[in-house]
Design a protein around this ligand. Structure first.
Ligand SMILES: Cc1ncc(COP(=O)(O)O)c(C=O)c1O
Length: 388
């Protein structure tokens, strides 16, 4: 699964190097002489751009903030409608609400991502942005979503927080639309502990995001930081140098993580012998991140019995069913009591999504699982399935 499994000597060496060469300067700007000219956050952003073949990358403090800053930079204003999906981490909708915009949340389909038809049905005069989420490493149906967006002249922001390293028809997740965002939190493909990244080829979006995340600083080379120029105000969402240093080491491990995910997931999936489950539909089987194996049963009763026995065998699940309360809009009473569109109906609007998610199980694929570990896991799954 994620980069935390491989957090080791390389990350440690990069951190020690800051202490040995930069005199404790953890701030990403200024103090050039004291820090001996090393800027890790900038180096990390540059590496990120090279890896994903994108023009701009802006590091920030979290994936949630990456979305908030990106939406500001894309010109989203209070009252604008932003369409996203019912199955996502709560953060996707929190960022929309934090901006004062209106979340319009549509059902998922058997890809466990945005249903393109539901998206099309939800577009109104007030729609200003579409935010598909590449949930659990499987890119959304981007051909269909981008075609709908083009027809309605709407921009798209990919929430790729859970899909760094996945590709869709040869393009990296996060690079298919105008703007992509990533989370670098503890559970993601690579991690800086907490952190986020905004990527784009759009110069104006990047300029705004760069300034907004740093109190409006233009980082004008003609002035010292204290006299820096500015034309907008912003916030402080700056990543620090320790995170940048860890991120550089983690990024070197990305290809290995993805290839191990794919190898281990293939073994797991091939080993499961049953006709009692349906696997998630993949939009690009060769390109998915493969950090999660998702399947569903015919009914909730079978799902419940499987999950109980699976936990008793010492294994865990991921997002569904264990953390469904944080990943399905139909459980978010804390958010929708003030949102007119959902105030009285939030728990029933996404019936189609609920029907699928309540029958679903998501199993994490671990990078460090050995063949022996996987054989044991497969034996446990098959034993439980055959007893159902
Ligand atoms: C789909 C999705 N969007 C946004 C986020 C928010 O990222 P962060 O935890 O870095 O704020 C997450 C993190 O779990 C996520 O999975």
């Amino acid at each position: 699964m994620p980069g935390f499994e491989l957090m080791g000597a390389e990350e440690k060496a990069n951190l020690i190097e800051i202490f040995e060469t930069s005199n404790g300067v953890m701030f990403p700007h200024g103090f050039d002489a004291l820090r001996n000219g090393r800027f890790r956050v900038r180096e990390f952003e540059k590496k990120f751009c090279e890896k994903l073949n994108i023009k701009h990358a802006q590091a920030v403090t979290s994936g949630t903030v990456a979305q908030l800053v990106a939406m500001h930079a894309m010109g989203i204003k209070p009252g604008d409608e932003v369409i996203t999906q019912s199955f996502t981490f709560v953060a996707t909708v929190e960022a929309i609400l934090a901006l004062g915009a209106i979340p319009v949340i549509v059902d998922i389909d058997d890809t466990y991502n945005m249903d393109p038809q539901a998206l099309e049905n939800a577009i109104t005069d007030k729609t200003k942005l579409i935010v598909p989420v590449h949930m659990l490493g499987n890119p959304a149906s981007m051909d269909e979503i981008m075609a709908i967006a083009a027809r309605h002249k709407l921009p798209v922001l990919e929430d790729s927080c859970e899909a760094l390293g996945a590709t869709y028809k040869g393009q990296w997740a996060g690079t298919i639309s105008e703007v992509g965002i990533f989370s670098l939190d503890f559970g993601k493909t690579i991690t800086t502990g907490e952190g986020g990244m905004i990527i784009t080829n759009d110069d104006a979006v990047f300029k705004y995001a760069k300034e907004y995340h740093d109190h409006g600083h233009e980082s004008n080379p003609a002035f010292p930081r204290g006299k820096d120029t500015r034309s907008i105000y912003g916030m402080n969402y700056r990543m620090n140098e320790m995170q940048g240093a860890v991120g550089m080491a983690q990024l070197e491990k990305l290809d290995y993580i993805v290839s191990k995910n794919r190898e281990n997931k293939t073994i797991l999936k091939k080993g499961i012998q049953t006709d009692k489950i349906q696997f998630r539909r993949l939009t690009d089987a060769a390109g998915e991140l493969a950090d999660t194996l998702i399947f569903n049963f015919e009914n909730t009763e079978l799902t419940g019995r499987f999950v109980k026995a699976y936990y008793e065998a010492g294994y865990g699940t991921k997002n569904v069913p264990d953390a469904i309360d944080w990943h399905f809009a139909g459980t978010w009473n804390q958010m929708f009591s003030d949102v007119p569109a959902y105030r009285d109906s939030w728990s029933t609007v996404w019936a189609k999504s609920a029907a699928l998610l309540n029958r679903s199980v998501a199993i994490p694929v671990m990078v460090k699982s050995t063949h022996e570990d996987l054989e044991k896991q497969i034996a446990a799954i098959n034993r439980i399935l055959s007893a159902l």
